[in-house]
Structure formats: C-alpha cells, structure tokens
Design a protein around this ligand. Structure first.
Ligand code: PLP
Length: 235
C-alpha cells in the first residue's frame, strides 16, 4: 500500500513528464489535490509534504475540513477550491470559506457569491464550468453561452474571473482524450482574447487523463484518486 506522500510524489512526476513531453514549463501546471470523501487527516498528510491547493466537491464536507485544517495548521496558508455543483442555498458557505470556485455556470449563482463574499476576504477566484461535448446530464455552460456569462461575471467586484473548468466525457485512449481537451483549449483561448490575460487558468484533467490534458494546455489538473487512493462508494 502506498502512502499519500508516495502518491503525491508520483503524480508530481507524472505532471512534470507530461509538461516535458509537451515542451511546456513544469511550473505552468498546478496540481490540485481533490480530497473529497477523505478526512482532514488525509489532507494533513498531503500538507506535510508541501501540498497547498485542495479541491472539494461537497460543500459542507469541504467547509468542515477547511475549519479543521485552519485549527490544526494555524499559519499554513492553504488554497481551497470548490469544484462541485452549487445550489443557491449553499452559496454563502462557498463565499465565506473557499478561495476559489471552479463550478460556476449560472449568473444567478455568481451574483449570490458576489453579494455574500465577506469584505475582509480577497475576491473569490472564479472559473466558469464549460461543457464542450454536450454531455447531456452534465453541468456547464455551452461555448456559445460563455461570452455573455463571462462578461457579466467580470462586472462583479467581489469575484475575479480566472478561467475555465472542463470535464469532458471520458474517452478511451490518449489521442481521443487530447482531441476533446483541445476543444476546451480553443474555447479558453477565445475567452482569453475576449477578457484579457487576467484569464490564466484552464482547469482540466483528472487521475485518468491528466497527461492528455497537459498535452492540450491545461494549467491546472485536479487529481483525487491518484493522490488519496480509491474513494469509498458514495452512499
Ligand atoms: C472527483 C473529481 C476530480 C478528481 O477525480 P479523480 O478521478 O479522482 O482524479 C476532479 N474534478 C472533479 C470536478 C471531480 O468531481
């Protein structure tokens, strides 16, 4: 059985190799450790070996861990990313506790986050979730809807628009995966042309396909099982 430390080391090497293969700088890609379903003790193990950025899908579970780590690791600045679906009644928890949110796909949610972001905190860093392949039961705006949503979000003073999160359907094989991720990259390039260089984050790629995502231009990969191991089935 490998430890979280070994896993993290292996995933960092994997990202580095993917960058090298693609002719990209290793520092161009951030590894987000997705700690959903794992406890604060698992997060603490990753923190002990230098991991600072964590992703959570389930908001209340994420907030519990944020508070636990703040108490157990005072003075260690962690960066918490909300990457799961957000219902209206959960926006306040996100606005008050997370540093980033990557799963915004409706203006109404963005407006609530903007209103509820406390004055004492820096603006909430936002990626819009985009659905490039039309996966029917999946969240995300279509590429056609994206420019209007991005322009509206950019007007909200307590949010900072940083980029996109994409979760394309799993495809068998590197080339098929890369082709889908290239479509995300094209949408991202359009967004950057529209909004300027403050848009710098393309979050795509998970444990099974991060190599293809890095090849296509991801700047952030979100790795759960590769770091923390197999998740218990959600009951
Ligand atoms: C669970 C999850 C991940 C991590 O997935 P793994 O396959 O465990 O690496 C990344 N992004 C999102 C949005 C997720 O829900």
């Amino acid at each position: 059985m490998t430890t979280i430390e070994d896993n993290l080391q292996a995933q960092r090497q994997r990202v580095a190799l993917a960058c090298q293969t693609a002719g990209r700088d290793v520092t161009a890609v951030t590894l987000l450790a997705v700690s959903k379903t794992f406890g604060a003790d698992a997060v603490a193990e990753a923190v002990a070996v230098g991991q600072r950025a964590f992703g959570e899908n389930y908001i209340q579970e994420g907030v519990d861990k944020i508070l636990a780590l703040r108490a157990s690791h005072p003075g260690v600045a962690l960066e918490w990313h909300c990457i799961g679906p957000i219902q209206s009644n959960k926006t306040r928890l996100v606005a008050e506790h997370f540093d980033w949110v990557q799963s915004v796909d409706r203006l109404k949610i963005a407006q609530r986050l903007n209103e509820q972001r406390p004055e004492g905190l820096p603006p909430l860093q936002v990626c819009l979730q985009v659905n490039v392949d039309g996966g029917s039961n999946k969240s995300g705006v279509t590429p056609a809807e994206l420019p209007a949503l991005a322009a509206a979000v950019a007007e909200l003073p307590r949010l900072t628009l940083r980029g996109l999160m994409c979760i394309p359907e799993p495809e068998p094989g590197f080339e098929a995966q890369r082709a889908l991720f290239m479509r995300c990259k094209a949408v991202f390039d359009d967004l950057q042309r529209q909004m300027g260089s403050g848009v710098d984050t393309l979050s795509m790629g998970m444990s099974d396909d991060l190599d293809a995502a890095v090849a296509a231009g991801a700047t952030m990969v979100r790795v759960g099982r590769g770091v923390f191991g197999t998740r218990p089935p959600k009951g």
